[in-house]
Design a binder for this molecule. Sequence first.
Ligand code: PRX
Length: 386
Amino acid sequence: MIVSADAGMRSGKVVAYKPLLDEAIKLAAHKPSKVLLVDRGLSPMEKTAGRDVDYALREKHLNTVVPCVWVDSTHPSYTLYTSGTTGKPKGVQRDTGGYAVALAASMKHIFCGNAGETYFSTSDIGWVVGHSYIIYGPLIAGMATIMYEGLPTRPDAGIWWSLVEKYKVTVMFSAPTAVRVLKKQDPAFLTKYDLSSLRALFLAGEPLDEPTAKWIADSLGKPIIDNYWQTETGWPILTIANGVEKKPSKFGSPGVAMYGYDVRLIDETTGEQVKEPNQKGVVAIAGPLPPGCMQTVWRDDARFVKTYWQSIPGQQLYSTFDWGIKDEDGYFFILGRTDDVINVAGHRLGTREIEESISSHPAVAEVAVVGVADQLKGPWRWPSRC
Ligand code: PRX
């Protein structure tokens, strides 16, 4: 069964889903027997007889008690597709019990959310952050959760903060990109609402550059807690877990290894751990991975082993495919994807390093660095990650 709607809205613009869905089903080899449609009144839609079911029918079943279905802890809860740069997307398969344990632990020890409070993740549920921290994590922790559809700037750049005030949000989770979007707006919106309920803002998904982190920390007057993880892991690998041990954050660093993760920095040519602080290496995790991390690539165990566990020479370690360094105090800094390297005349430059130096200029709110082929300095090649 597919659950969908007539349309969605983005920045006031209606995006009709139904025609897209009909076309996708036409192309699909495996067709759903039923499509359950929520009519939001945004766009007229034509139903396919026998297949499409109107969500309004739920009224009839509202009080139906549906018994729990008990499953093994290893029963897959979902698959979420993540890109392979050159190949077909990989279905990250996650279990049920381990995932629930990991989320419960992280709600307590990282996000420090309490039952009865309200959690607000500005993500969407199509992304792993939405799965873990809009839906399952907060609900497992007994918290109310806010699902917000739309941009942070509409109707104006105060919309998120008005929600924090209205629902007395205590824990908020967003992404650096969204903060950079707000940075281009009038800063008065950040002080317009009562944010006294909010304890911290968590950010993840990409490197949190120092200028962005400083700007939002100063503007909100709240702790900003970076956390680093992947679709594959389902919950943070690196962060500051204030519910375990209070530690100061360092600008530019997502923090230290979360319990359960044995994080190593590996020299990509020798496969050995880097020896010196601040020496660049591939961020790898020694097995076994903690609960919540992917079980396998859906229907492709061989690809799971080959892609994730055999890319480091001489050792069976899980590779995150990110570059990182660790300073003298054990704080990690993520320098970008190992396949996101610009090669200029033989020098391998990380995109983050270039982006960060440009974004430190006060007139710059957003930066994206891309490589282009150059006859003299080096041709562009496909990245090697499979
Ligand atoms: O490169 C890292 C970057 O995003 C990748 C994972 O993206 P995705 O599978 O969409 O999962 C995001 C879950 C938060 C990582 O391999 N990344 C994620 N968080 C951070 C980050 N890079 C730097 N700092 C972070 N906090």
